[in-house]
Design a binder for this molecule. Sequence first.
Ligand SMILES: O=C(O)CCC(=O)C(=O)O
Ligand SMILES: [Fe+2]
Length: 339
Amino acid sequence: MSAVPTISLKDFDARKEEITQQLMDASINVGFFTLYDHGIPSEDIQAAFDLSREFFALPDEVKAKTPLDGKNAGWERGTQVRPSTGTADQKESIQLQFARMEGLWPSDEDIAGFRTRAEKFMHQVQTLSIKVMECFAVGLGLPIDTFTEGTVDPGAGDSQSVLRLLHYHSTEGKSFGPNFWRAGAHADFDVLTMLFQRDGEGGLEVCPGRKVVGDFGMGQTWLPVEARQDRIVCNIGDQLMRWSDDRLKSTYHRVRLPEGTESRGPRYSIAFFNQARTNTTIQGPQKKYPEITGGQFIADALARNRMQSAEIARQAAQQPEDKIAREIHFVPQHLQISA
Ligand SMILES: O=C(O)CCC(=O)C(=O)O
Ligand SMILES: [Fe+2]
């Protein structure tokens, strides 16, 4: 396996079967693929990045008016510790949802039309996601609307999908310890992620080979994903891996810091996470795993991350004083690479 497959959605209706086959092959073998000819106008993608830049350029005190609420909505900076690394991602982000956003939308005084502009893009990406999720349903032999009904809120206010604007700070003049990342290795929790990158702002790497959804399953071969604004990077998340009885793979991925002669400038990306609705029941056709609701799935995943992070902190606390604080270099046993 040498690269992340790239798939054209040109003439979608006429080519649906062929596209479904390509999406299935990519998701069974790699868990990642990129889309082109996807139909989202380039000026709308640019507008989403413009919105992101405007927001992150605000002073921290202003961004902190809509803080992360523990339920995947709001702004945070430098707080996301990945269980795989034990260090905080070198980034800031704001997560936006269709529901449960009371008090969490940046105000029009701070950014004119923020909510309208963000929601327009969220709907565009959700609409494209539906097309792709319908292909997966058909490819898996399930009713065509399985994941659409399962993720898209018909008006009940129970959507859990998230748009996340990400800003990885410039690393100009900074140096980092050996276990620092723009985003530490992780698998996504959701059904399907669509990620937008900007030309030349690279560093995303993926590690195919996970067999079972509960596994860490990280190998040692990491494939780079080219950063191009005209391609959408898509990946299967843990919910779809479980919903497909592990046929479609939720693959570990990470974003590394700039190296060698690479630009030290900032990196902006935008991710849309299609999540199962709160009351949707997730279970694959073979019933490999017990039923679980979308709400419980997210609650469990967040609790598991908190537990693993607490364990990392506990182990770090046993290290000499000068090793703690910012520079925690604990690597969990299961992720240590033996020489
Ligand atoms: O910024 C990226 O390229 C990847 C971000 C990511 O994997 C995530 O937020 O889950
Ligand atoms: Fe991710």
